[in-house]
Design a protein around this ligand. Structure first.
Ligand code: TRP
Ligand code: SF4
Length: 337
């Protein structure tokens, strides 16, 4: 029996290289070895954007297209949309009964979100009830499939810890060992910074999208920060102080016929044999090389949205079958009618 993996992403629209290198590429490797459930968490999106749902449907499609383009294979992994598996909402209710309020109140991610919300207009200082339940809903996602492992970034580990607490409590209250305590599985991959050296993010305008064309990618790469102390192109450069471009080289550079591209760049840079503009032109080409297949696949899915819809429908139906089995057991344990 394969171990089971569950993970998810909120539908934030077109994803960027941070998502690809930090999360999706990891999922692609896991899908061969594990029984995987990958969810587009549209209810989680509602916790903060309940009043901005016009683009929700498109954002979901964009996320799934990016997953498929990056190599998530619906024949290996189950791709689904959270709200198409309503069993998760039912499970969320049971879990909400056994979760002490102060467990969710001490959630660090929630505190951050609350801070951001406070600075927005409208909500004032209020947090809605649904947002308070964010980590419990995530727990419901994971337990809907009684997963063994949850691959997430470091920022989500606290949520998986809470899941473990809730599992212990559920098992205790209902005198069972039905739910497994899932383990967080840290994505062990290169964190890519944004073009300006800060964390890559959609709202910071410093990202390269998975769906960006080769031309746009090349253009964006030309804006990447380099060694700020360098004035002329034949000045000796300092790759380790080259804030963005050299870091990207370390991610995208290859060993080609025994020649390590990254070391070549380092050497030429330090000797002043390589100008930054040329360096970034090459880098752009390098990134485009890596992304070519992915873009090709994405274009294909963009031209066949009905195929993406079908994958979502079928994946969600499949997820639901499994979810119904789990929920039947949970209803029994809770002694519902
Ligand atoms: N909260 C996660 C995030 O913001 C997304 C998510 C929703 C998730 N449900 C999940 C992650 C279940 C792992 C498991 O990134
Ligand atoms: Fe960075 Fe390349 Fe310029 Fe060196 S030549 S500082 S590695 S961009």
């Amino acid at each position: 029996m394969k171990q089971r993996i569950m993970s998810g992403m909120r539908p934030t629209g077109k994803l960027h290289l941070g998502h690809y290198l930090g999360v999706i590429d990891n999922w692609v490797k896991l899908q061969d070895e594990y029984d995987c459930y990958f969810s587009v968490a549209d209810w989680h999106a509602l916790t903060t954007k309940y009043d901005k749902t016009e683009n929700l449907r498109n954002d979901i499609l964009d996320v799934v297209m990016d997953w498929l383009a990056c190599g998530i294979d619906p024949d290996k992994a189950t791709i689904y949309v959270q709200s198409l598996v309503p069993e998760t909402a039912e499970l969320h209710i049971y879990l909400s009964m056994i979760t002490p309020q102060n467990w969710v109140e001490r959630d660090p991610t929630l505190k951050d979100m609350a801070k951001i919300l406070k600075t927005k207009e409208g909500m004032g200082t209020q947090i809605n009830y649904g947002l308070m339940g964010y980590p419990v809903l995530m727990t419901a996602d994971i337990l809907t499939f009684n997963a063994d492992l949850v691959p997430v970034g470091i920022d989500q580990v606290a949520h998986v810890e809470l899941t473990r607490d809730i599992v212990r409590r559920f098992n205790n209250v209902y005198n069972t060992d039905f739910f497994k305590e899932p383990q967080p599985k840290l994505n062990n991959c290169s964190l890519i910074c944004g073009l300006d050296g800060n964390k890559m993010g959609k709202s910071f305008n410093n990202d390269i999208k998975i769906s960006d064309s080769a031309e746009i990618t090349a253009k964006k790469v030309m804006t990447a920060i380099t060694d700020r102390s360098r004035m002329r192109k034949d000045d000796p450069g300092h790759p380790d102080e080259c804030e963005v471009a050299f870091k990207y080289w370390k991610i995208f550079g290859r060993v080609n016929e025994g020649v390590n591209e990254v070391e070549t760049v380092r050497c030429e840079c330090e000797k002043g044999l390589r100008g930054c503009a040329d360096c970034k032109r090459q880098l752009g080409a390098k990134i485009n090389e890596r992304m070519a297949k992915i873009r090709e696949r994405r274009t294909y899915y963009e031209q066949h949205p009905e195929l993406v819809e079908k994958i979502i429908r079928e994946g969600s139906a499949k997820a639901r079958v499994e979810a119904q089995k789990i929920l039947a057991e949970v209803r029994k344990l809770v002694k519902m009618y």
